[in-house]
Design a protein around this ligand. Structure first.
Ligand SMILES: Cc1cc2nc3c(=O)[nH]c(=O)nc-3n(C[C@H](O)[C@H](O)[C@H](O)COP(=O)(O)O)c2cc1C
Length: 196
């Protein structure tokens, strides 16, 4: 057995429990699973888009699905830095999660089980999109609207995995407002309360 202390990424961070509670409080609101993820494009411009949160990984990572042919995958290969921003309208709470993103496709052996699991939970209409022509290119052919029941994911299906290094929660309902920040350090996660 190894006596090595766990790395910050191996410890389920305290903020994850708080974020899970915010998610649970919004379980009846499908829009609460929409998150904005900002990356950097090859020219250094911010590139932002909405993604659907799928689940947490073991170390608190945020897992999303992506078409591997999309711009964001190319951007992440160039620069893995990213920030997710999430707003829970009912609670009036904003989360910002900053870290690095990795992309997992069919060749990422480490994530095969997770990739298959996430695929298995997708609706037919979500699966279908991965059979369409490469996203973001000029429209060239009619979309295939058939819904084949694919048991295994096509090559275009991938996961985006954001491993946060900093998490911030701003609560606008609290009076006065509360602003909590968690940072990954060598010895674990450190929480600080900030001015709102
Ligand atoms: C409500 C909503 C949810 C979305 N969910 C996803 C998603 O889970 N994964 C994804 O790749 N794109 C999703 N999209 C599309 C992205 O916002 C974006 O248009 C697409 O991923 C291409 O972005 P890119 O060119 O930056 O790669 C969603 C869009 C909306 C409006």
């Amino acid at each position: 057995m190894s006596s090595r202390p766990p790395t910050p990424a191996e410890i389920v961070p305290a903020w994850r429990h708080v974020l899970s509670a915010d998610l649970a409080a919004h379980a009846q609101h499908p829009a609460a699973s929409f998150v904005q993820l900002a990356t950097l494009d090859v020219d250094g411009f911010p590139a932002n888009r909405t993604l659907t949160f799928r689940r947490f990984g073991q170390a608190g990572e945020l897992v999303f699905t992506t078409d591997l042919r999309s711009q964001k995958c190319e951007q992440i290969t160039h620069d893995a830095k990213a920030e997710a921003c999430w707003y829970f309208a009912n609670a009036r709470v904003q989360w910002r999660l900053r870290g690095r993103v990795s992309v997992a496709g069919a060749r990422s052996r480490k994530c095969q089980a997770l990739r298959a699991e996430v695929w298995a939970r997708l609706s037919d209409s979500s699966r279908q999109r991965f059979l369409w022509p490469a996203p973001g290119l000029p429209l060239c052919e009619p979309m295939n609207l058939a819904s084949p029941r694919l048991a295994t994911p096509p090559a275009s299906f991938g996961l985006l995995i954001l491993l946060p290094q900093r998490a911030e929660r701003l609560d606008l309902r609290a009076a006065p407002n509360r602003h909590l920040s968690w940072s990954a350090t060598r010895s674990g996660w450190r929480m600080t309360e900030l001015n709102p």
